[in-house]
Structure formats: structure tokens, C-alpha cells
Design a protein around this ligand. Structure first.
Ligand code: ZN
Length: 131
């Protein structure tokens, strides 16, 4: 089963997409397997991190910006190499175990779509595989 979602993003932010993925698992009827959440973009990504304290996302965005600032020396003509670097650092997918028709996530974990070069209309894809 494959599910595609559309998302409208700001300039740079993390979007909690856990509820979309959880709904896809329920719709699929899969009791036991895996869900792969994939981002088909080069300046956005997917990650799993804390869903309770919003300051965690704020700190992650701050640290990514400090680690991968825009640099004059960058050659990429589009001028968004910083966004490409952040996307590669975060990665383009997450795999979550499915058990009892639900995601196996820790209490404080959420699945995030991470935008580094918005605002854009983006998409992400959820593939659910039964074991
Ligand atoms: Zn680019």
C-alpha cells in the first residue's frame, strides 16, 4: 500500500506528520510490518524526534543553521546549498515498525517533514509493507 500526501510549508520548519502516517497504517489494515515515510525532494527531509517540547525543534533548526550556514564559496547557481546540506544531514526517509495496526514509536517521538527551502507545496510518500 502506498499513500501520497501534499503539504504546504513555510520558509524553514519541521511539520509533525505522525497522524497522517498513523491513519495510513489504519487504512492499510496491516497488523504487522513496516512503514517507510519518504520525502521526494532535495531540500527537505524526514526525521523522527521529540513531539512534546516545541523548543526541541527550535533548537534543531538553530543548530542546523549554525552548522550549515550559507557560504559565499558555494557554487550551486540556485543559491540554496545550505538547504541541500541540511536535507542530506537529516535524510530523506524514516522507517517505523508497525505492530497491532499501529506505529511503534516512543512516547516522545514524532515523525517530522523537515522543510529547508520553502515556502513550497511539497509531498511525502508512505509505503506500508506487511510481513
Ligand atoms: Zn538547489
Amino acid at each position: 500500500m502506498i499513500y501520497t500526501h501534499s503539504i504546504k510549508t513555510d520558509h524553514e520548519n519541521f511539520y509533525n506528520i505522525t497522524s497522517y502516517v498513523r491513519q495510513d497504517v489504519i487504512k492499510s489494515g496491516v497488523q504487522s510490518g513496516i512503514a517507510v515515510v519518504y520525502c521526494p525532494h532535495t531540500t527537505a527531509g524526514i526525521t523522527i524526534n521529540e513531539n512534546a517540547d516545541p523548543d526541541v525543534v527550535t533548537d534543531l533548526l538553530y543548530a542546523l543553521d549554525k552548522t550549515y550556514p550559507d557560504r559565499r564559496e558555494f557554487r550551486h547557481a540556485e543559491g540554496n546549498s545550505s538547504a541541500h546540506l541540511k536535507a542530506s544531514c537529516i535524510g530523506s526517509s524514516a522507517t517505523v515498525i508497525v505492530e497491532n495496526n499501529n506505529l511503534v514509536l516512543g512516547t516522545w517521538q514524532g515523525i517530522y517533514f523537515t522543510e529547508f527551502d520553502g515556502p513550497r507545496t511539497r509531498s511525502f510518500v508512505v509505503k506500508i509493507v506487511k510481513d
